[in-house]
Design a protein around this ligand. Structure first.
Ligand SMILES: *[C@@H]1O[C@H](CO)[C@@H](O)[C@H](O)[C@H]1NC(C)=O
Ligand SMILES: *[C@@H]1O[C@H](CO)[C@@H](O)[C@H](O)[C@H]1NC(C)=O
Ligand SMILES: *[C@@H]1O[C@H](CO)[C@@H](O)[C@H](O)[C@H]1NC(C)=O
Ligand SMILES: *[C@@H]1O[C@H](CO)[C@@H](O)[C@H](O)[C@H]1NC(C)=O
Ligand SMILES: *[C@@H]1O[C@H](CO)[C@@H](O)[C@H](O)[C@H]1NC(C)=O
Length: 597
């Protein structure tokens, strides 16, 4: 029993007595109850986990390896501690309804068995390829406990070991085992010329988050590494938030036993994901690499307005529950992209499931929704808003975030995908994000809002982004993209943004795309070694991949002292401004191109 191995330690600290206890790796199955009882029964201020490897065994909980509920004002010291999760399908550590808990390492949380796999392409036959699994990596691709039958495959360059240039996401339909380590992976369409025999391959497996903070506040994570996460490595959702993450990471773990090849991936989804949190995260000095999705994503949620009756509106939601409290501010945006206004919530009421019939929405998030609720607002928006508009709790979109001095390296999708207000993005290094380095855009497709307001983007370095899993169809074409939504020519939803002192290095295609915004200062940004190769990201939307900066649907933008040098043959012009832009200052001299290196 853990009681036998606990020592009460009395530490005198700042004149207050701090009570702590020590937990050792000997009986990891009692770890969860030991931590909870230290905080809730023994009234201790902290626990210290003795250095070592804690092999966290299978348990009977449906989705958590370790579940820490209702912890308050507590510190978990875990220096030189590794948690090996033997069950790789569950959430690693779940903090639920916790307040002011610090977890401090250096600590590593790792799935003992990698929840995905990798190998190389041995042969290609039109709509399928044969993957030969690398020594030591999982060979359970046809076992639906560990891998969905239909997954997403990614192609890696065998020399650089990054996502291969100009490859895409490949959604397979089926998979058939050939022998112990070889599988035929089948797709709906013919595979393109961009894939060749010998390319490296990885894919998403099943699994869940590394660490999740669910309705928590003032959490702190310091020096915590998550390796081989089964879903997002880091996830925070709901609650007041204002959580702080310092020197955290999402990264691959060591090569598995018997392997000669280094791991290609670190997780099955994003590095860090914040959804529907009141006060956004502070993430400092952290490291995210080799995810098959975004580095850091922060957003709120849209529901769809179905009926309006004066100041009472009926909303449809994908999930049960009402994501508003009385007094919260709700923001409405039309499907055309125009912000319709804001109002405070005065009353709320749950309505029966399937209260209205579902609608045929073009946005997957709003198809087959069953949940309804009613909001009484302090303003009569009748006449201003209409059914099919989107509504969001602007106070739980992750606003107030700070992202400083982080490194995001070689992964699929966007380095940062930010949909919140009052943000500071400073001194980050984003190198090798396949779609884009930094994107701000509401996405109805996923039901994710909101527009960005009052954000500073300063002294970041964006290197070699936009090289794979993207194409002519994307709106998120710029290495830095701020994009509106909808089709209205005056949907200036984003506003009051400063883009200053950022360095764009070694990027092909368009460097900055600015759309759906007003009051923006673009000052002293530097573009170097750009546009050596043609890259037509965004061309379906009229974006010139040879322009440094593309501006559309904009009002009141200032370009000042931006400079470019060492541009390649694919460069066409410094600035592409469409007729939907007004009050643009610095059209002629806001970006100076030096033709020399
Ligand atoms: C960390 O713990 C390991 C045992 O798991 C031990 O061998 C090593 O010396 C420890 N390192 C430090 C810096 O405490
Ligand atoms: C957080 O908890 C610590 C003890 O771990 C305590 O000293 C501090 O006052 C608490 N802070 C807040 C804001 O409650
Ligand atoms: C709401 O506004 C519309 C048009 O703006 C008007 O026709 C309708 O009567 C109003 N409904 C109510 C209940 O006020
Ligand atoms: C700019 O960012 C780099 C890290 O990318 C950092 O070393 C440097 O101190 C920052 N400069 C300023 C003025 O903040
Ligand atoms: C960017 O990443 C590439 C490839 O991983 C690496 O060679 C290069 O040194 C990195 N640049 C910086 C400034 O980190």
């Amino acid at each position: 029993m853990w009681q036998n191995i606990i020592f009460l330690v009395y530490l005198y600290f700042c004149k207050t007595i701090v009570y702590s206890k020590i937990i050792t790796p000997d009986d990891p199955s009692t770890l969860q109850s030991a931590i909870i009882s230290a905080n809730q029964e023994e009234g201790l201020d902290s626990v210290t986990l003795a250095p070592g490897i804690y092999r966290i065994p299978f348990n009977s909980h449906p989705n958590a390896n370790i579940l820490l509920t209702n912890l308050r004002n507590f510190v978990i010291n875990a220096n030189n501690v590794t948690f090996l999760m033997l069950d790789n399908r569950k959430r690693g550590i779940v903090f639920y309804n916790c307040y002011n808990v610090t977890m401090r390492g250096v600590m590593t949380i790792r799935n003992d068995i990698i929840p995905f796999s990798q190998g190389y392409i041995e042969s290609i036959d039109q709509k399928s390829f044969v993957i030969n699994i690398h020594d030591g990596y999982p060979t359970t691709l046809d076992n639906t406990i560990y891998f969905p039958k239909a997954s997403t495959y990614y192609i890696f360059d065998r020399n650089t070991r990054r996502l291969k240039d100009q490859t895409y996401d490949y959604y397979n339909r089926n998979i058939i085992r050939i022998d112990q380590r070889r599988f035929r992976v089948m797709f709906d369409n013919n595979l393109g010329q961009e894939i060749v025999i010998g390319d490296l391959v990885s894919m998403r497996g099943s699994g869940d988050f590394g660490i999740i903070c669910d309705i928590c506040e003032l959490m702190q994570f310091i020096d915590i590494n998550i390796e081989f996460a089964g879903g997002f490595a880091w996830f925070e959702t709901g609650g007041k938030g204002n959580n702080r993450y310092e020197r955290i990471s999402a990264q691959p773990g060591p090569k598995p036993l018997g392997a000669t090849e280094e791991p290609l991936m670190s997780a099955n989804a994003d590095g860090f994901h914040s959804a529907g949190v009141s006060h956004g995260p502070t993430i400092i000095n952290s490291f995210f690499t080799r995810m098959p999705d975004d580095g850091i994503a922060i957003h709120g949620e849209y529901q769809m307005i179905r009926q309006i009756n004066q100041n009472v509106i009926i909303c449809m939601r994908r999930w049960a529950g009402i994501p508003y409290a009385i007094g919260d501010r709700a923001a409405v945006v039309g499907e055309d992209g125009i912000p319709r206004g804001e109002a405070r919530v005065q009353q709320l009421r749950t309505l029966p499931d399937d209260y209205l019939s579902s609608i045929d929405s073009p946005w997957p998030h709003f198809q087959n929704n069953h949940y309804y609720f009613e909001l009484e607002l302090d303003t009569n928006l009748n006449g201003t808003i209409s059914s099919n508009d989107f509504i969001s709790n602007i106070e739980s979109t992750g606003s107030g975030y700070v992202l400083k001095e982080n490194v995001i390296l070689n992964h699929r999708a966007r380095g940062m995908l930010l949909k919140a207000h009052d943000g500071l993005i400073e001194s980050n290094l984003i190198n090798g994000s396949s779609i884009s380095g930094l994107v701000m855009q509401p996405e109805f497709w996923w039901g994710e809002g909101n527009y960005a307001e009052r954000v500073i983007i300063r002294n970041n370095t964006l290197i070699r982004c936009g090289y794979a899993t993207t194409g002519s169809w994307t709106q998120q074409a710029g290495v830095l993209t701020i994009y509106g939504t909808g089709t209205s020519s005056v949907a200036y939803g984003h506003h009051t943004i400063t883009i200053e002192n950022n360095f764009f290095i070694d990027n092909d295609g368009v460097q900055m795309v600015l759309d759906g915004l007003k009051n923006v200062l673009i000052k002293r940004n530097y573009f170097t070694n750009a546009q050596h190769k043609v890259n037509n990201r965004g061309s379906d939307h009229g974006i010139d991949g040879g322009a440094l900066v593309h501006i559309n649907r904009a009002q009141s933008l200032t370009l000042e002292d931006n400079r470019a040098w060492c541009l390649g043959a694919a460069h066409s012009k410094p600035l592409q401004v469409t007729y939907l832009s007004t009050q643009i200052i610095g059209m002629l001299d806001g970006i100076i191109v030096d033709n020399h290196c």
